[in-house]
Design a protein around this ligand. Structure first.
Ligand SMILES: [Ca+2]
Ligand SMILES: [Ca+2]
Ligand SMILES: [Ca+2]
Ligand SMILES: [Ca+2]
Length: 195
């Protein structure tokens, strides 16, 4: 049994460093090894081992370490269960979900557009990264003091104007026409002068 253990200790590093080493698990003779410990390869030295290759025994083989398991990419120290999830189409934290709650997603941003379209929120779009999406898409201009159609002009074209209205004034001053003024539709008397 000791001879087999020594042999495995010698070949383990070669298996760990191989491109596709076979998965293996070795338990020492419990009489000789009452408290076997698990060891994993940690080729990127991020203190998380590659689950595909484990060694259980009382002797730590070269190339194997008593680290935590769960490293889903043991050749990239930026990928392990403690890594922060980035927006990039890659599962950094090894939970089998890609870009979940990625850093920066959901935060406010400037779309670079004008008017109502300028304020946005970062959305994670996988390998394309964070994209600033407008919170308010362009819409037809209305009289509100806002550049609704995001063309750089506020309330252009007298939106809502030109409609017959009642000014509330007496006599000849009662009939009017709507005009968009400073973001508000007002009823301007058709006959002047009026108060
Ligand atoms: Ca590792
Ligand atoms: Ca993830
Ligand atoms: Ca990611
Ligand atoms: Ca406009």
């Amino acid at each position: 049994m000791r001879r087999i253990c020594v042999l495995l200790a010698l070949i383990a590093p070669a298996l760990a460093s191989a491109q596709s080493p076979p998965n293996f698990l070795w338990l020492d003779d419990f009489e000789l090894c009452p408290s076997p410990q698990p060891y994993w390869p940690d080729r990127d030295s991020d203190d998380y081992g590659d689950d595909d290759y484990s060694f259980v025994g009382c002797v730590q083989p070269p190339g194997f370490f008593p680290v935590d398991p769960g490293d889903c990419d043991d050749l990239n120290p930026g990928i392990n269960p403690s890594a922060a999830e980035q927006c990039n189409g890659i599962d950094e934290d090894c939970d089998a979900m890609v870009d979940e709650n990625a850093l920066g997603a959901g935060t406010s941003c400037d779309t670079g557009l004008v008017g109502a379209c300028s304020s946005g929120t970062f959305q994670c779009q996988g390998a394309a990264g964070l994209v600033c999406i407008s919170d308010t898409p362009a819409s037809p201009e209305v009289c509100n003091g806002i550049d609704d159609d995001c063309d750089g002009h506020v309330d252009e074209g007298n939106p809502g104007g030109g409609q017959t209205c009642n000014t509330g004034l007496p006599g000849a001053c009662s009939t009017g026409t709507t005009v968009c003024q400073a973001g508000v539709l007002v009823c301007v008397p058709d006959n002047q002068p009026c108060p």
